[in-house]
Structures are given as structure tokens and as C-alpha cells.
Design a protein around this ligand. Sequence first.
Ligand code: PMP
Length: 453
Amino acid sequence: ANEADKAARKERLLEKDRNYVWHHMSPHNDNPLIIESGKGSWVTDIDGNRYLDGMAGLWCVNVGHGRSEIAEAAAGQMMKLAYTTLVQSHIPAIELAAKLNEWLGGDYRIFFSNSGSDANEVAFKIARQYHHQNGKPTKHKFISRHRAYHGSSMGALAATGQAQRKLKYEPLGAGFVHVPPPYCYRCPFGQTEGACQLQCAQAVEDAIVWEGPDSVAGMILEPAITGGGVLVPPDGYLPKVRSICSKYDVLLIVDEVICGFGRSGEKFGHQNFGVKPDIVTMAKGLTSAYSPLSATAVSAELYASFKEKQTESHFRHINTFGGNPVSCAVALKSIEILETENLVSRSAQMGRAITSGLEPLKAHPHVGDIRAFGSAIGIELVEDRASKVPATAERVAAIIAGCRQKGLLIGKNGDTVPGYANILTLSPPLSSTDEDIAFLIRTLNEVFALHVA
Ligand code: PMP
């Protein structure tokens, strides 16, 4: 097509977009970026501009874009069997549940759903029912952390610890209690990293005691809070929370929606800390986002109580698309790629390469902190390094726009200041090449150099 045709096509699409599409999580935008294709770590917009996908979509395209082997697996499964329920069973779900057990290194039953939010809702319902049928029917509350994100549905949003996402939608699901997160750069307890008593973990026990242990069903946490600003806990935090949960018969639900499938540098984020969760939820990297799918992995011990008295105690939950055969086939192929290309260890190595490449930014007047959990990276922007006053929304936006202009898409997260986020996030595809990573590092350093004032 010639230039005039291309421009006319773009205008037609933009007009339909303006008239009909309701964009996610953002103010109305008359001129959105329209991404048309992707290959490896790069995406191309409708004008032919290429961008490095520095967030792997939304922390999810772990194996990178344009994998024909995944497309073939999906097409093959669609032609063989596009759908059947999981009231019965099908081969891709069976194989995937077994594969997930291998990855989890434990004995888990897998309940399939569609999204991360769904997987967390399932976890909450299973936790409540478990206590209900095990002589502790008053256990119903969940502890989670401020700044955490656990999803958009009424229960998962209630677990979320970011007021701005919640205020206009209340009342949400009842029974969610929040404690301060481990956030060493701005320790909620005024402590210094490495010289504290893990007061943030103690806060979990205090909350359980004050709420009444007989009322608390579970604790939900991400191994490192990702969307809330990449907050990596001290090494002792998760083991301490695990033992507190065990002490009070509070189930530990680990949300691996982002951290799972290699992002953390291990197969699952919690494996960095040597803890065994009671329930693990996962989505995103499960299929590398080629198709929607999520899973709630429940320890065999918990599952036993659902199996014992089948007619009374089965889990009364179904979702039509959960564990769709095509999505399960896609997940199996995506996991096979993670394995054959050693992308889990690649993630750890890539995270180290990025943090060392961004070392010069640690002296930048507007960079307060750089944190990494595997290859999930957060750059916390401040007005001033001494006062740690969060950077203005304009400053954050200018850096993001500067990156985009140079062909790099990055994210922002955190919501330190109500209404906007001051933490830039990176989470490139785990399949990124050394050249991709060099481009990402070079571009960020160049853009920051233009924003010293
Ligand atoms: N948990 C975490 C940690 C997440 O980051 C997200 C999504 N960003 C969710 C749950 C919800 O997943 P979904 O958007 O697929 O519902």
C-alpha cells in the first residue's frame, strides 16, 4: 500500500477505536498506539515503528512474540478438540496439571480458570471451604499487604492494597485485612535494611492475633510485590510469614501471577525463599499470554478434605472457559520453550545484566532506588534523593515518553502518591537477546541523561 492508503487505513482504525473501544486502566486517549505485530522482544505499530517490549506486554509474554510453534500447537488442538468441560477431563489439562506439579516440586491439585483474578478468587473460596469443612467454620478473613495487586474482581480487588483502584467500587468482598509490606527503601517501620527485626513479618502475626486467629482463613502475598513497585522482601521475610501462618492454621496463598514461569529467576518466585505454600495461583507466563489461562494449585493435604466426603464437600465452582484445551496446549508448548531454551536461568542472568547496566543511574538526581527480582525491575523516581519525595507525574511521564520516542516501551507502577505511580518497571521477554538487553540499557541511560534537571 502506498503512504496515502496507509494513512487512510490508520485514520479509519483510529476512528473506530475512538468510537467503540474502551481502553483498560487509562484515561480516554484519542491517539492510542496501535500495535500490529510482534517478533521476539519487539513489537511493531501500525506506522511500522518498532519498539522493544520492555514489559513483555503486561509482565506476561515470557517466551517472546511470534512463536510459530505455539500457533501450531493451538491450531492442532483446535482442530482436534476446541472445547470440553473439566467436569470430565481432557488430555492437555491432564498433561499440564502433571507438568505444573513437576515445576512446583510438590504434590498439588490444579484447578484451572481464565485469569489471575479468577485464580485468586478460587483460592479464597477453597480456603474458606477448607476451614468450613474442617471444624473451623469461623475462619474467613484474609490478610494481604498494602501496595499489593491481586486482581480486578470484587474479592481479588478487596485483597489489593492500593486505594486508588478501589475507592469508587466499594463495597468489595468483605473480610480482607491489610498489613504494611516489606519495602526497605521506605521502611514502614523506620528500620534500616539488614539491621531490622523483620517487623513487616511480625505485622502479619500481630494482625492475625488482633483479628482473632479463629477468624483468619489465609494470607495472600506475591513473593515480591511486582505491580506495587517491585518490592523485594528481605530473605527472612517469607520463611517467617510461612511459620506464622502455620502456627495459627492460616493458609499461605502465594500469588505467582507475575513472579511465576521464570520471571523471578526460579521457576516460581517462592522457590527463591525455600517456602512451601498451601496454595499457588498463576496466570500470565503460564501461556506467555498467547491464550488466556490461569491455575490455582492446591496442596494435596488440602485437597484431601474435598475428596473425603465427595457429595457434601466437593468444590462448587465452575467457569466455562477455565482449562480450555487450546489454552492448555498453548501452556504446554510455552513451558516446553522455557525449558528447552533455559529461560529460567536466562531470566536471572538478564536481571543481573540490566541492574549492572543501569548502575550509572544510581547517581542520577531523580533515581531513588533500583530493585530487581530476577528480571522484574523497578526504578523508583524521586524529586530529590535526600528527601525521597516521589517524582511528579509529569517527570515520570516525560521519561516514559522519552523511552517510547527512542523505541522502548516500559511500564509504571506503585501508586506511592495517590493517583499516579512513580516507579518505572521493566520485565522484558525472557527470550531477549544480548543485543535487546544492550538496547534497553543504552536507551534508558540516554533518556535519563536528558532528564537531569
Ligand atoms: N495477581 C497479580 C500479582 C497480578 O499482577 C495480576 C495482574 N496484573 C493479577 C493477579 C490479576 O490477573 P488478571 O489481570 O489476569 O486477572
